[in-house]
Design a protein around this ligand. Sequence first.
Ligand SMILES: CC(C)(COP(=O)(O)OP(=O)(O)OC[C@H]1O[C@@H](n2cnc3c(N)ncnc32)[C@H](O)[C@@H]1OP(=O)(O)O)[C@@H](O)C(=O)NCCC(=O)NCCS
Length: 453
Amino acid sequence: MTDRSPLFCDTALAARIEAAETELIVATSRAALARTGTPGFVLPLAGGAATFAGAGSPYTKVVGLGFGGVPTEAELDELEDAYAAHDAPVQIELSHLGDPELPAVLTARGYRLEGYENVLGRALDGDHATDSDIPAPRGVEVRISPEAELDAWIAVVTEASLHQDAEGLPWHDEFPRQALEDAERDSAAAGLVRYSAYRDGVLAGGAEFRVTGGIAQFAGAATAVAHRRHGIQTALLIARLVDARAAGCDVAVIVTQPGSKSQQNAQRRGFDLLYTRATLVGRPRGHASPAASRSDRGHDVTIALHSGPREQLRPLFELAEDSATQLDAYLDDGDVLVARIGEKLAGHLQLVATGRPDEVELKNMAVDESLQGNGIGRRLVRAAVALAGTRGARRMIVATAAADIGNLRFYQRVGFRMRAVDREAFVPATGYPEEIVIDGIVLRDRVWLDLDL
Ligand SMILES: CC(C)(COP(=O)(O)OP(=O)(O)OC[C@H]1O[C@@H](n2cnc3c(N)ncnc32)[C@H](O)[C@@H]1OP(=O)(O)O)[C@@H](O)C(=O)NCCC(=O)NCCS
């Protein structure tokens, strides 16, 4: 290695690297969701992304924040509700070079700092030493791993990843075997290039590689325990550096556990510490912040999918349904989100299929009478929108009584638009009492509203 000055990371370079990371996490999360066929989400957020790729997936996180503006309180509410609907914490990986306002915004909402990871980079242009002339260690050969080797590659890399080097601080995240195997399968499906290192002809380690916007991301390097300290990781690094340069990248990036052997190896190969990512974790909850609506003040609202019998929710359903016959017919349908303050039930929202694949109906919702007017209804609708969006719905519809001016105001305040009217919908023939008067208006007609997702 010749004399050189370390790679300087300004916010522009950090923004490029975080954008590449966002693309990587979005691509791998989409692959995970396609593989499992289970609901999840990939949501753009202030230049970065929030993903739910499955409970316990390494790709379930919020990345790339801090370079495209600070998310608003409403966007953060929505984000937290989206994770809450999957009963998952929000994990944000935050570059220390991002917008300096963000840490204060997040800690004010109760996010806890739980760990760090280091982002290292190496310039591939200019007078930096080339690696192509550095011979691989004796007996070690690195090749791009063929498709046919995928299962063997995953087995070796997973086993190796489960046995982290004892040196350095432990990772914040430790994933079980199945989660690691799935993650590697998903990264392959997302187009990451796999490299295999063979020592004396035996598959001894592997690594991954992806190019985004001139940034070469080095990921997933792992060496089987029996083959460690024989230059495998160095050989994998050199091979990828050569290929990164050939692909026209100006910077190669690697993420390591702070103070680890991997970080030391990367620094020996000319990588410099560019910045640290903090891991901030929040359990979705209500919060009191200056920008929060009057609603959230003093309340600790959580929203989650309801599991278990619906009968216990009947009193809430009855607030929104005057016909017991109708309620019996649909009480158990679809999915129900429940809002709670601590353990106390505060409200609910039921989503049912309509027979159209891209459409979902908000069938019944209510907020406990003592808690109405505090924004809980709005948060339930937001969570429902996030959940329906992840299931492929493009439109949410809802029906309410034309006589109920309050409900019409509520639905329009949360984004619904008028769509159609059914005359004489609430009559004894459909299970409703003879004459109900709301706000001086006889209950007769039904109004349909819809919301594009
Ligand atoms: C409709 C209902 C779910 C709304 O829940 P909520 O938690 O009180 O609503 P929010 O506090 O989130 O209100 C969001 C907005 O709607 C407005 N709004 C809500 N209920 C309203 C009402 N009855 N009259 C006028 N505006 C109302 C709020 O003022 C707020 O507007 P703002 O943004 O201008 O401040 C709740 O009032 C309820 O449970 N009603 C009884 C059951 C029912 O009728 N369900 C609907 C069946 S179709």
